[in-house]
Write a protein that binds this ligand. Structure first.
Ligand code: ATP
Ligand code: MG
Length: 724
């Protein structure tokens, strides 16, 4: 047996962690010290040397991307397929449990997962039903309250009424929300975790089954687990010392979403015999970058405190650029990237990290204007777009008539003459009789209680959904999606909409069919669960992986939060200004300020070779102009590590519209035509759907047979025109 591949690339402390006997283990170590590497190698060790089956291993990570990477690395180390190994996010794994055991979890087989915007809409409707004023009961605040309760494992029935009128009302809303979800078979993200916990807790046989199955449990980024996630891990590992967790208290950045850094301490208390391993060598960054990170995080109180050193050289100083405005900032960053690429650097080794999603636009525009391929993680996700949600709502409604949120969404989309007053009657009946909007509509039609016109329109809608469900029954997943997109009238509806980017929306719908096709091909479904339900849940859980192709060498844009766990040779940390980073809401609250500082530590430690920090003397964001001061975090970096960049790009504020806005031309100057058949080296054969821009900036949108719709730069794409 050759174990050198697993053992050799590790230092002593890492090796100790990887080969430690099964006992509760905590690897507590700073950024870039190899925690994730240890986790991956330990799993490989357990399979190869201890003879564990991949089936007996559970690994939980924080993002879908990290889970995918982890699976890939294990397969690479061992050369075996790992589909029977459960690797995923907490939400993904909880979802899988609930699907398998829907009945025991007291959920309908076809329960639906709501993402947070679905949830917000449900809450708004509920407030309306309860006749509560949104100004007094802001829906986002209600949502925050409900999610907070669930993250703590608290249901409405666990809370006493109390005397405080605010708390009483919140409780009433929470109760009504729970009733609604129960009735309509809807499950929000927090519910996935809570219910999966209750499922295991209340069913000893099932719990025993999973305890016996998961002989080893591994958790990455443990510092960001919340109460219910930790409770869930403890249930699965009770009486056994099989919990292996890695984390870094200095990288806890999800306190605002209920993460409990205390879990790190509880873990140690609850496992008095635990093995604690500290890793102290950083393999990721130059010593300049590491020193900057260390001196920033040293400003926080209450740290566990860890040493982190590197034997890599000093490397380059940290460049700091003070921009004149946000356009200048983008200009500077993109110029730097261009220089990097000219010197032979790969674009995918470059990341632009920002505090808020809204900052990405300036960079996107500048990157586009200079023909630099890029990819934004997060932002408006494919599955968040209105047209996609509409199509998904039809699919949801077909599989669950009780899904009121979907009913509301598409009952009159495309328009079919169902007016607001008719809908109000339907809602009222649903409320009075405690039934779904679907059942209320059917009974109103049956009893002839609506005007003939309204009744007919509503009947047409119900019949449409029933007919689609019937026709879809025997079809493959992507054919189902295709049927819905076409026969619901959505595709035609968007196609004829010339004003509101209808064409683009129609294409997105076509892309949805492709997404379903790809999903089908890639999905591991050992439990043979209904693929439509899996697809719907995937859409709710999916985090932007669909939006661009993976093949292209492109610059990576993302928020600091989503950069956790990743690394890049060249990192730009932009908008490092008071009021933006740290955010305005955190400057007066020491706890939140420290969390922002940890976020800054996360950002800096993503950089391997070069770090460039920028701030702007004036900034227009969210439609407001401000003149921020450089961030306090900047001052916390020792001056000798910094090199200020003096040159100023010559950029002035354009009058109304950004000067960098790429032109959207309807006609094209090239010889390509709409509808033309072309072929691409990597993507194969496709049809041109759209052309825009001209000269070096000309882009083309192509529907490829194999991989679906893509935008490409014509000058890079090297297309070949095909006959016919
Ligand atoms: P983070 O806290 O950011 O999640 P981490 O502690 O999980 O970081 P890894 O991502 O596992 O760190 O490792 C950081 C980098 O160092 C990776 O490129 C990894 O391959 C490399 N690395 C880790 N251990 C070693 C080692 N013993 N020898 C060489 N390279 C290593
Ligand atoms: Mg890691």
């Amino acid at each position: 047996m050759d174990i050198t591949k697993i053992i050799d690339p590790l230092n002593d402390a890492q090796r100790q962690a990887v080969t430690a006997p099964s006992t509760a283990t905590l690897v507590l170590a700073g950024a870039g010290s190899g925690k994730t590497r240890v986790l991956v190698h330990r799993i490989a060790w357990q399979i190869q040397v201890l003879g564990l089956s991949p089936h007996n291993i559970l690994a939980v990570t924080f993002t879908n991307k990290a889970a995918k990477e982890m699976r890939g690395r294990i397969e690479e180390l061992l050369n075996i397929p790992t589909y029977s190994m459960w690797i995923g996010t907490f939400h993904g794994i909880a979802h899988r449990l609930l699907r398998r055991h829907a009945q025991q979890a007291k959920l309908p087989e076809s329960f639906q997962v709501m993402d947070s915007s679905d949830q917000l809409r449900v809450i708004k409707r509920l407030l309306n039903t309860l006749q509560l004023d949104e100004a007094k009961w802001p829906p986002k605040q209600v949502q925050w309250h409900i999610n907070g309760q669930k993250d703590e494992g608290i249901r409405a029935k666990h809370t006493r009424e109390g005397h405080d009128p605010y708390q009483r009302q919140m409780l009433a809303i929470y109760r009504a929300y729970e009733d609604f979800c129960e009735r309509s078979g809807m499950v929000d993200f927090g519910e996935l975790l809570l219910r999966a916990h209750e499922l295991l807790r209340d069913d000893p046989e099932l719990l025993a089954f999973y305890q016996q199955r998961f002989l080893q449990i591994h958790v990455d980024e443990f510092q960001d687990t919340n109460t219910i996630q930790y409770a869930w891990l403890r249930l699965l590992s009770t009486d056994k010392d099989n919990l292996f967790v890695v984390g870094d208290d200095d990288q806890s950045i999800y306190g605002w979403r209920g993460a409990k850094i205390e879990n790190l301490y509880s873990f140690q208390k609850q496992h008095p015999q635990h093995l604690l391993i500290k890793l102290e060598q950083n393999y990721r960054s130059t010593s300049t970058i590491l020193k900057a990170a260390n001196s920033i995080i040293a400003q926080n109180d209450g740290r566990i405190g860890k040493e982190l050193w590197t034997d890599s050289g000093d490397g380059e100083a940290i460049s700091v650029y003070s921009a004149f405005n946000e356009l200048d900032e983008a200009y500077f960053v993109v110029e730097r990237i261009r220089a990097w690429v000219n010197q032979g650097g790969a674009r995918s080794d470059v990341a632009i990290l920002y505090r808020s999603n809204a900052q990405s636009r300036q960079f996107e525009e500048k990157l586009m204007a200079t023909n630099t391929p890029y990819r934004v993680y997060g932002g408006l996700r494919f599955f968040d777009r209105a047209e996609i949600k509409n199509a998904m709502a039809y699919l949801r409604l077909m599989s669950n008539h009780g899904d009121d949120a979907s009913f509301e969404r598409v009952v009159n989309t495309p328009t079919r003459g169902i007016g607001a007053s008719t809908l109000e009657i339907v809602r009222q009946v649903a409320r009075e009789q405690g039934v779904s909007l679907w059942v209320a509509s059917a009974s109103l039609i049956d009893q002839g209680r609506l005007s003939a016109r309204a009744s007919n329109a509503l009947k047409t809608f119900l019949q449409l959904v029933l007919r689609l469900a019937e026709q879809a029954e025997a079809l493959e997943l992507f054919e189902k999606v295709k049927l819905v997109v076409e026969s619901s009238g959505l595709l035609a509806f968007y196609k004829q909409d010339k004003v509101d980017k209808g064409e683009e929306k129609a294409e997105n719908l076509e892309e949805l069919v492709n997404a379903a096709k790809l999903f089908d091909a890639n999905q591991e479904n050992p439990d043979s669960l209904p693929e439509l339900d899996l697809f719907l849940a995937y859409a709710a859980l999916e985090s932007g992986d669909m939006q661009a192709d993976d093949f292209e060498d492109c610059v990576q844009l993302m928020t600091l939060h989503s950069a956790k766990g990743l690394e890049f040779k060249l990192v730009f940390m932009v908008g490092v200004e008071e009021g933006l980073f740290p955010s305005q809401q955190s400057v007066d609250d020491i706890g939140r300020l420290e969390e922002e500082r940890r976020l800054c530590y996360v950002g800096i430690t993503r950089a391997m070779q070069q770090l460039c920090v920028t701030y702007s003397e004036s900034r227009r964001l969210y439609g407001r102009e401000s003149y921020p001061k450089p961030s306090r975090f900047l001052k916390e970096i020792p001056a000798e590590l910094i090199q200020e960049v003096r040159i100023r790009a010559h950029v002035s504020r354009p009058a109304a519209v950004s000067a960098y806005k790429p032109e959207r031309l309807t006609s094209s100057t090239s010889s390509y035509k709409l509808g033309q058949r072309v072929s691409h080296e990597k993507f194969g054969e496709g049809i041109i759907l759209q052309l825009e821009g001209d000269g070096a900036q000309e882009r083309v949108q192509i529907n490829f047979k194999q991989v679906g719709v893509k935008w490409l730069m014509l000058s890079y794409a090297k297309l070949q025109v095909m006959a016919g």
